[in-house]
Design a protein around this ligand. Structure first.
Ligand SMILES: [Zn+2]
Length: 401
C-alpha cells in the first residue's frame, strides 16, 4: 500500500501538449498491438512496443509508462473476462492520456519539482513543498489537471503489547461497529446515508430535466454539464465523510492496541437476500465495499492484520448464552429471550461481538459479559479537517517526511 499525495495544478498549454503526446504513444501502442495480433496472431510484449513507440516531446520513461498502461489494462481485461464474459478489451484510441514521470525524470530544487521531458523540450515545473515522490502521475479531472504523487509505504508499528482482536460489523444504520472484547466503537452512518439518498434523488430529478430537452440542444448540454458538476461535488463529500470516519476508527483501535481486525464479510448480501424493495434499495445504495477497502488499507498501513470473516447468524445469536433465537432482534436492540440469560444490548454491537467470536472459533459458546465491557462509544463525524490533518501529520512524521 502506497501513500498518495494529490494536488490540483490547473490547465496550461504545456500540460495539454504533454497529455496529447501521451495519448499518441498510447494510441500507437494500441493500434500496432492489435494489428500484429490480427495479421500475425502474435501477442507482443511491452518491451517490443516500448522500443517501437516513443515521442520527441516526452521523457523516454514517460513514453514507456504509456505503453505499460496499455498492457496493464490488457491484463486487467484478461483477468476480468474469466468471470465476466461481457468484459471488453482496451480498443479505444485516446486523444489525451495521463502523463507519468518516473523517479529518473525528477529533480527537486528550491521548492520546485522539475520534471524532465524529451530532449530540447522545456521541463514541467511544479511548486513542491514535499520530498521527492517515487512516481508522479498527471491526469485530467474534468475541469483541470491534478498531480498524484506516490510515496513509499510506511508501516507503523502497533503499540507495545498490542494483541487485541477487534470484530467489525459493517452496516446500514451504522457505517461500522467494532468490538475488541472490552470496548465498542460505533461509526454513525446517518450523514453518509442522507448524502447517498440525496444523490439518488438529485440524479433522478436532473435526468428527467435532461430527457425533456432535445438531443444536441444547447440547453441540454448545459444541463448535462451541471449534472456532472453537482454529482462530482456530492461524490467528493461522500468520499470525505468515508475517509474521516474510517481514519478515526482505525487510529482509535490502533491506540487501543488492536493487532487483528476481523471484518464481517457482507460481499454476498445482495444476491442471497431479498428483504423487500425499500430495504433492498437501502442495501444497494450502501457501498460496503468502499468502507471495507478504506478500513483495510488504513489498518495495514499501521501494521494491523486484516481478515475477512464469514458472518452468517452473527446478528441473530446471543453473544452471552450463545443461543440463536428467532425474534430476538427488536428494532435496533437485541433482547435475548432465553429465560436463563435475558441479556440486552445494542443490535450492531451484537454483530461485532459475534464476528470476533467467530474469528476466535468461540462462536455459539456461552461467554461471560461482565463489568469489563464498557458501553459503546459513538465516533461522530467532525466537519472540520482536524482529523485528516492530524492523521497526515502523524503519517508524515512516521515516514520521516
Ligand atoms: Zn442469551
Amino acid at each position: 500500500m502506497y501513500q498518495i499525495k494529490r494536488i490540483t495544478i490547473g490547465k496550461t498549454a504545456q500540460l495539454d501538449e504533454l497529455a496529447h503526446a501521451c495519448g499518441e504513444v498510447y494510441t500507437a501502442t494500441l493500434v500496432s498491438f492489435w494489428r500484429v495480433v490480427r495479421k500475425q496472431g502474435i501477442w507482443l510484449k511491452p518491451k517490443h512496443l516500448m522500443r517501437w513507440h516513443t515521442s520527441p516531446l516526452l521523457h523516454a520513461h514517460t513514453a514507456d509508462a504509456c505503453v505499460q498502461a496499455f498492457f496493464a489494462s490488457l491484463k486487467s481485461w484478461r483477468e476480468r473476462r474469466k468471470s465476466d464474459p461481457t468484459a471488453r478489451p482496451p480498443r479505444r484510441r485516446k486523444w489525451y492520456f495521463r502523463i507519468e514521470y518516473k523517479r529518473s525524470a525528477m529533480r527537486l530544487k528550491d521548492g520546485k519539482l522539475i520534471l524532465s521531458n524529451g530532449k530540447g523540450n522545456e521541463p514541467l515545473v511544479l511548486d513542491w513543498a514535499w520530498t521527492l515522490p517515487q512516481t508522479l502521475v498527471i491526469r485530467w479531472t474534468g475541469t483541470q489537471y491534478e498531480a498524484l504523487a506516490t510515496y513509499e509505504p510506511c508501516y507503523l508499528p502497533v503499540p507495545e503489547g498490542g494483541n487485541k482482536i477487534a470484530g467489525i460489523d459493517l452496516g446500514e444504520i451504522h457505517m461500522a461497529v467494532s468490538h475488541d472484547g472490552e470496548q465498542t466503537y460505533i461509526l454513525n452512518g446517518r450523514l453518509l446515508r442522507s448524502k447517498r439518498q440525496y444523490r439518488h434523488k438529485l440524479l433522478a430529478r436532473l435526468q428527467k430535466k435532461i430527457d425533456a430537452k432535445k438531443p444536441g440542444s444547447r440547453r441540454r448540454k448545459q444541463l448535462v454539464k451541471s449534472k456532472r458538476k453537482q454529482l462530482k461535488k456530492l461524490a467528493n463529500q461522500i468520499k470525505d465523510i468515508e475517509h474521516k470516519a474510517t481514519t478515526r476508527l482505525i487510529s482509535t483501535l490502533h491506540t487501543d492496541g488492536v493487532q487483528i481486525l476481523a471484518i464481517g464479510d457482507v460481499r454476498d448480501i445482495r444476491q442471497g437476500l431479498d428483504v423487500g424493495s425499500k430495504n433492498n434499495q437501502k442495501l444497494h445504495q450502501w457501498s460496503f465495499g468502499s468502507i471495507r477497502q478504506k478500513l483495510t488499507y488504513k489498518a495495514e498501513r499501521r501494521g494491523m492484520q486484516v481478515e475477512m470473516q464469514e458472518e452468517s447468524s452473527t446478528s441473530k445469536t446471543c453473544p452471552v448464552c450463545g443461543k440463536r433465537r428467532k425474534g430476538a432482534v427488536q428494532g435496533r436492540n437485541f433482547h435475548c429471550i432465553n429465560k436463563d440469560c435475558k441479556w440486552k444490548g445494542h443490535r450492531d454491537m451484537v454483530g461485532a461481538m459475534n464476528i470476533r467470536y467467530k474469528y476466535r472459533g468461540e462462536f455459539g459458546n456461552p461467554h461471560v459479559v461482565g463489568a469489563t465491557m464498557a458501553a459503546p462509544i459513538g465516533l461522530r463525524h467532525r466537519s472540520q479537517t482536524d482529523v485528516a490533518r492530524k492523521e497526515k501529520g502523524y503519517l508524515r512524521e512516521a515516514a520521516g517526511l
